[in-house]
Design a protein around this ligand. Structure first.
Ligand code: CAA
Length: 693
């Protein structure tokens, strides 16, 4: 079936794009658009043209998969020009999401009608691109430079009403879209075409560009596309439309070929693939979840409760300790209020959430919960106690989830008589904000419970990644290797602020030492104290342990790897820490030396990669890209580098392997013996990304 078709409704030619799932502008759609517009143009009866889409959305953009293939004609800018050149008025009828190339097509139409629920945006920056089909030249003409920059640099979409206000759309309808479009066609038939290319770009103060520049340096440091978006828009103020489009094309090609865009495109598909789990398909039933109970009213429990409330669930927060429960309930209220203040939650929704919120101290009140999420202290004995209680009180078929970040989910499941109902749901702090949910499948977890967890993650607005059961699962297990190298580097003479600066310059959202202070050095310390299987190496996490033993827990005590002024979260280098580390290194016989930036990056990042390879070997993860998704969304790994294993592919697995072998020689095999998988991929010139793809 042709993905683009034309039907006449009276004197209006209706061109329909039908290319599921999101009507992306694949080559056949581009060709079909040209053919149908040619046909409408030649048709003597046609007085106006409506462009509309079948299915769930208007065109959601270029077909991202085609970016990795040789370009095929007709190119999108030519399609867009063809549409705009039509001598009869053309109306875009928009529903769902008009994104990227989709919005560029809509902007080439002469009039835009949007369904009330539609959203419009140019999200290319999120793929390391700029709008490459005349968008950078049209949007400033339509809505002004400042707003256009805001939309293109943020990549965020706007509602139909907001688009109406700015002039991005001309009319909004709550009625049937096609009827609305046909009506509109009648209204504009006499007006004729109105082309965006003919509009002038309203001049603005230089300060608008300065502001955008500052925004880029603050929010998109080191990123390739935002600078080029700015340049394209600036050119729109100086060049005529066609020259601007030619310049945009050049900048778009640079972006498309940049490693950053390739990394971001990998991340886009990796996130969508994470939902595809072997053994599970759309037919696998998920259990019905309406009532959720959260056990443990600490920061994590309160964050999870808030997240579930905001997603529309009824939530019961439970803690045996009265004071802790009161604090937790207050935190939930504060988090919801914060959501309102930031414009993320409507007041009405906050009120409805509070209606669905209950708090209590009695396990017996959990008997009606469809899903219980345990978020108590990270201690096996305590968690097993909770699960034994849950086993007694919860109804048959309730999903029993643990929010453990490291512990053995199977051992926890054995505290119940129903291991098939038990699963790990590892939320990341702050739970109502972080997008990652590690879904830990135990040996006995039933498939429908995994499906339920995936469905929950979607409703919570999170990316669920299914992983196997082992210490730390995927994320924290890898964090151990990364953190281990950071800790050894500290003893070898690299200051915390130096390591953090090097890694943030490389793209990590935060340095490992600032993260340690944020999370609390006591947390990791307590976990390590409980573990029996740690390396017998006195240097292993020694600096963190030493500081924790001195009561330097991080931000919460005003001192950790850094020091903090009263009421401030800004990490300040602390000479006292430097002296403590130096003394400890002396005591352990670790010679001080000058550590180079390259070594810091390689030891920390290759530590991640080798552990990621071991995780694949062990079958804890079945797909390399799932590991990338975990590190991008849970640990601040730079999205534009595509995740640790994709990054290994980009520099060449053989190169990584060679360096790991050097580290093995230099630092010993205990930490650096290369995993078999790394060796195999290196020798066969293979790629991690092909594993489980
Ligand atoms: N190209 C190719 N495939 C796409 C796609 C695109 N632009 N957008 C979505 N898909 C695919 C997804 O990979 C997914 O495939 P699978 O089912 O095989 O996993 C399927 O469509 C459904 O996507 P989602 O799961 O994301 O569905 P959703 O309903 O949650 O979200 C959406 C829909 C909002 C459109 C979301 O998919 C999205 O944001 N897509 C990307 C939009 C975008 O970035 N457009 C700009 C492209 S670049 C461009 O247009 C450049 C230019 O200027 C020429």
């Amino acid at each position: 079936m042709d993905p683009v078709s034309l039907q006449r409704h009276g004197t209006v030619s209706v061109i329909t794009v039908d290319n599921p799932p999101v009507n992306a502008l694949s080559q056949s759609v581009r060709r079909g658009l040209i053919d149908c517009f040619d046909e409408a143009e030649l048709d003597a009866v046609t007085s106006a043209v409506v462009l509309i889409c079948a299915g769930r959305t208007f065109i959601a953009g270029a077909d991202i998969r085609e970016f990795d293939l040789p370009a095929r004609e007709p190119h999108l800018p030519d399609v867009v020009s063809r549409i705009e050149a039509t001598a009869k008025p053309v109306i875009a009828a928009i529903h769902g999401t008009a994104l990227g190339g989709g919005l560029e097509v809509a902007m080439a139409c002469h009039y835009r009608l949007a369904d009330r629920d539609a959203r419009l945006g140019l999200p290319e920056v999120k793929l390391g691109l700029l709008p490459g089909a005349t968008g950078t030249q049209r949007l400033p003409r339509l809505i002004g430079i400042e707003r256009a920059l805001d939309m293109m640099l943020s990549g965020e979409s706007v509602t139909a009403d907001a688009a109406l206000e700015t002039g991005l759309v001309d009319r909004v309808t709550g009625k049937d879209l096609l009827s609305g479009a046909l009506e509109y066609a009648e209204d504009v038939a006499a007006l004729g075409p109105r082309r965006v290319r003919d509009l002038v770009v309203e001049p603005v103060e230089g300060a608008v560009f300065d502001k955008a520049e500052t925004r880029i340096s603050q929010k998109a440091r080191g990123q390739f596309a935002p600078e080029r978006i700015l340049r394209a828009v600036e050119l729109a103020t100086r060049l005529d439309f066609d020259e601007g489009v030619a310049a945009e094309r050049q900048l778009f090609q640079e972006c498309k070929e940049s490693p950053q865009s390739q990394g971001l495109r990998h991340a886009f598909f990796a996130e969508r693939n994470a939902a595809k789990v072997p053994g599970l398909d759309r037919e696998t039933p998920a259990r019905k979840v309406e009532n959720i109970a959260v056990v443990g009213a600490g920061t994590m429990g309160a964050g999870i409760a808030c997240n579930c409330l905001a997603a529309g669930y009824a939530v019961r927060l439970m803690d045996k300790d009265e004071a802790a429960l009161a604090r937790g309930a207050e935190t939930v209220r504060k988090l919801l209020a914060g959501g309102v203040a930031r414009g993320k939650i409507a007041e009405r929704d906050r009120d409805a959430s509070l209606q669905r919120f209950h708090a209590g101290q009695d396990f017996r009140d959990l008997s009606e919960a469809d899903l219980v999420i345990e978020a108590v202290f990270e201690n096996m004995t305590i968690k097993k106690g909770v699960f034994a209680q849950l086993d007694k009180v919860c109804k048959a078929g309730a999903v029993l989830a643990t929010n453990t970040s490291t512990l053995d989910v199977d051992e926890i499941a054995r505290a119940t008589s129903r291991p098939e109902d038990v699963i790990g749901l590892h939320f990341f702090s702050p739970a109502h904000i972080m997008r990652l949910l590690e879904i830990v499948r135990g040996a006995g977890t039933s498939l429908d419970v995994v499906a339920t967890a995936l469905s929950l993650s979607r409703k919570l607005g999170k990316i669920g990644v299914v992983v196997g059961n082992c210490f730390g699962f995927v994320g924290n297990r890898m964090l151990y290797s990364y953190g281990r190298e950071n800790q050894l580097l500290l003893l070898e003479g690299a200051a915390p602020e130096y390591i953090d600066r090097v890694l943030t310059d490389w793209g990590m959202a935060m340095g490992p030492n600032a993260v340690g202070d944020l999370a609390g050095l006591d947390v990791g310390y307590r976990i390590r104290q409980e573990r029996k299987d740690l390396p017998d190496d006195p240097r292993f996490y020694r600096v963190a342990d030493m500081l924790a033993e001195l009561g330097r827990f991080g931000q919460k005590t005003g001192k950790g790897m850094y020091r903090y002024e009263e009421g401030s979260r800004e990490p300040l280098p602390d000479p006292e820490v430097q002296a403590l580390i130096r003394d400890e290194a002396k005591r352990l016989g670790v010679p001080e030396r000058k550590v180079g930036e390259k070594e810091i990056v390689e030891r920390c990042i290759y530590g991640l990669i080798t552990e990621g390879a071991r995780i694949l070997e062990d079958g804890i993860s079945h797909r390399a890209s799932d590991i990338d998704v975990v590190w991008i969304n849970g640990y601040g790994f730079p999205r534009y580098r595509g995740g640790p294993l994709y990054f290994a592919d980009t520099i060449g697995v053989a190169d990584v392997y060679r360096t790991v072998r050097e580290f093995e020689q230099r630092f010993g095999p205990e930490y650096w013996k290369p995993p078999e998988l790394l060796r195999k991929l290196a020798e066969e010139n293979g790629h991690f990304s092909d594993i489980g793809a």
